[in-house]
Write a protein that binds this ligand. Structure first.
Ligand code: PSV
Ligand code: MN
Length: 426
């Protein structure tokens, strides 16, 4: 299924007057505050987020899985889904593949399909947390960090194979997340595991083409519950530095212990020029993978405030690769992803509204109340008319979720694919 520009334009037409009034009002306010509304709209419009191929079906939990009707049963279907998200939101111009869940068969055809949907291939993701079919070694006790040299070799070779697949797609980066770790004290030798991981990652890094980046993701627990080999940003940064200048830390919002100050981590990494990738989601307790902005929107804003500061002040840091890393159990994944895309752009737009000069002055004057006022003024600004304007100018839907429902997209997908179609991968 594809949604045509005409279908979107027809539904937008009904709301144009309302949008013009709301945007004019907001633009006037922003101009009085010294901003250029047209420039803000452009920045929001340019902010593109990759959708991972594993987020388009129901993820389930270890207790069960409740499929959605019309789930994408092939890579082509998944790309079609991201194409729908992009048509509606204008914000999802990239897809991120997990190997081996989504190995393309015909690369030329897949690239052509992506181009026809306006999509590019973002980072490719390796998977050494599941044993490969017919593999020589097992990852049961670790992959890149394993004591078993055969498991390490297999994991390194898998990562290199993922790079080769990514090259054929036009990807420019590899994301490595390790499930390696221990469930019990004394089970592993921490130092040996780190030494093995360093060597393995160096080998993977050396196999990357010149223009590629390596993103190293960290996570404090799960699936191992006592320790993980790369538990935090410090370890990830250390490994990145051991690999070389094109290795970076990847921050996944769900990969922190409760109440961790993620915005400070972002600031530190950008200052060091090592924040390479970002996985958006939200959580109440752990790696809950909930809709972005559904639980802690102010925390998301504070994180974006540091991201925007870094984008403005840290030329040593490349623009991070933005991706949603969520899992869907109850909601329609496409509806959930539309909500996440909206929440990301909303937090970004609000962060653009922080009066940086006034904030620096208030910081200098040791005026914490003033600092809070400045941040919260930006956070409390309703930027939705600005987001809608960005979509309108991009030919996307003024109201993506409403449009999705009016067009009965899920019903149409179910009709095309069948109610029993189940997503591959997670
Ligand atoms: C692990 O929890 C993770 O965040 C990694 O990014 C994986 O690639 C993804 O989720 C899917 O398992
Ligand atoms: Mn992740």
């Amino acid at each position: 299924m594809r949604i045509s520009q005409d279908q979107i334009a027809a539904l937008n037409a009904v709301k144009l007057e309302e949008q013009a009034a709301a945007y004019t009002h907001l633009a006037g306010q922003l101009e009085r505050e010294g901003f250029d509304p047209g420039q803000l709209v452009r920045k929001v419009r340019e902010f593109q987020v990759a959708v991972p191929s594993w987020a388009l079906g129901a993820g389930g939990t270890r207790f069960g899985r409740f499929s959605q009707p019309g789930e994408p049963g092939s890579l082509e279907h998944k790309m079609e889904d991201v194409g729908l998200l992009h048509s509606l939101s204008g914000a999802a111009g990239a897809i991120s593949l997990h190997i081996p869940w989504d190995i393309p068969q015909d690369f030329a055809a897949i690239r052509q399909l992506a181009a026809s949907l306006g999509l590019v291939f973002d980072a490719v993701n390796s998977n050494t947390f599941q044993d490969p079919k017919g593999g020589r070694a097992s990852y049961r006790y670790g992959s890149l960090s394993a004591t078993d040299a055969a498991a390490r070799r297999q994991a390194v070779e898998h990562n290199i194979e993922v790079i080769r697949i990514g090259e054929k797609l036009g990807s420019k980066s590899l994301t490595v997340w390790l499930a390696d770790g221990a469930n019990f004290p004394g089970q592993t030798n921490f130092q040996q595991a780190l030494a093995h991981t360093t060597e393995s990652l160096q080998e993977v890094y050396a196999a990357m083409p010149e223009a590629w980046k390596l993103f190293i993701e960290y996570k404090p627990y799960e699936p191992n519950f006592y320790s993980t080999v790369i538990p935090d940003w410090g370890t990830s940064l250390m490994l990145a530095e051991a690999c070389g200048p094109r290795a970076y830390t990847l921050v996944d919002l769900g990969h922190h212990l409760p109440n961790t100050n993620i915005e400070q981590i972002v600031a530190t990494l950008m200052w060091k020029g090592r924040l390479g990738g970002f996985h958006f989601n939200d959580s109440k307790y752990g790696d809950d993978d909930l809709t972005v902005g559904s639980i802690k929107p102010y925390a998301l804003f504070l994180i974006f405030s540091e991201l925007v500061y870094g984008l403005m002040n840290n030329p040593q840091n490349p623009v991070p690769a933005w991706m949603i890393d969520a899992s869907h159990n109850i909601k329609d994944p496409l509806e959930d992803l539309l909500q996440s895309l909206e929440a990301i752009r909303e937090a970004y737009a609000k962060a653009l509204l922080v009066d940086r000069r006034a904030l620096a002055a208030a910081q200098q004057a040791h005026d914490p109340a003033g600092c809070q006022e400045l941040l919260q003024h930006a956070f409390r600004t309703d930027v939705r008319p600005l987001l809608r304007q960005a979509r309108l100018e991009a030919g996307a839907a003024l109201r993506p979720l409403e449009t999705y429902r009016i067009l009965e997209v899920r019903r149409e997908l179910t009709r095309e694919r069948g109610a029993g179609s189940v997503a591959t991968g997670l």
